[in-house]
Design a protein around this ligand. Structure first.
Ligand SMILES: [Zn+2]
Length: 76
């Protein structure tokens, strides 16, 4: 009964297409990554609007550390 095998194949192909729509290509390294992630797990490239929120804390922390060391240097 080969027709049952055909029926099994059809939904599997549909599942594959559904999975394909959940992936996007990283613009930097072209790796397949999930659509809802904030950055590429392979090269770390930030995606979309998440880039700004990921970068800003780093700038704040770096600025605070630099300010603290500058103040310490002024006192000493
Ligand atoms: Zn990447």
């Amino acid at each position: 009964m080969p027709r049952i095998e055909d029926d099994i194949d059809a939904p599997q192909q549909a599942d594959m297409e559904e999975f394909g729509s959940e992936f996007i290509k990283c613009p930097k390294c072209l790796a397949k990554i999930y659509d809802d992630v904030d950055w590429c797990h392979k090269c770390g490239h930030a995606l979309g609007a998440a880039e700004e929120t990921k970068v800003k804390p780093w700038i704040l922390i770096t600025g605070m550390v630099l300010l603290a060391s500058f103040l310490l240097w002024m006192v000493l």
